[in-house]
Design a protein around this ligand. Structure first.
Ligand code: SF4
Length: 177
């Protein structure tokens, strides 16, 4: 299958510890390619999915990467949303090629910690495990509905149209601090 999508793992660190995290699935994570940023041929892809770990854990690094991705590529951000401030919402609006912020919902209390301005100003899709989707919608009827929440299943990590690259770049690591 033609791989039209790059899933770019900025780093593995996360502020949550989900037991089912794909990054902890050895069968899957052993397939990650590793590369420095400048080695990646973005022209090969139509879509760039930026993920982690939690991308907003190291914001300087995240914005460096967002600035470097060619504007012709569509960007999809994957986050748990807990570190997104009003300042980030303002900054993210300056990237017209960000097509969607995908907010993974993992715990029943998590959405309380996700900035309510996010979905008011940016295209957002929430993502919930299939078995929890209805209970999340019931818990947050003012924010979640069947149109803005997509379900996923455990262990559905690998998508055939995607390359997965884990960024290994000592120079960029400096942007974490
Ligand atoms: S929030 Fe996402 S990246 Fe972080 S531990 Fe959970 S599944 Fe993994």
């Amino acid at each position: 299958m033609h791989k039209d999508t790059l899933r770019l793992i900025l780093f593995i660190e996360c502020n949550l510890r989900c037991t089912y995290c794909c990054n902890d699935n050895e069968k899957f994570s052993s397939m990650f390619l590793k590369a420095r940023f400048n080695e990646i041929n973005f022209d090969k892809y139509e879509n760039i999915c930026i993920t982690g770990g939690e991308p907003f854990l190291y914001k300087k690094l995240l914005y460096w990467v967002l600035n470097k991705i060619p504007t012709r590529q569509s960007i999809y951000l994957y986050t748990n949303g807990l570190r997104i401030s009003n300042g980030d919402i303002g900054k993210l609006q300056r990237y017209p090629n960000i097509k969607c912020i995908n907010v993974g919902l993992h715990t029943s209390k998590q959405l309380n910690g996700v900035n309510k301005n996010l979905e008011l100003h940016l295209p957002v899709r929430f993502m919930a495990q299939e078995s929890k989707l209805e209970s999340f919608i019931k818990l947050y009827p003012e924010r979640l509905n069947r149109e803005n929440v997509k379900s996923w299943r455990l262990n559905e990590c690998n998508l055939l149209n995607e390359d997965w690259i884990l960024l290994e770049d000592i120079v960029l690591d400096l942007l974490k601090y």
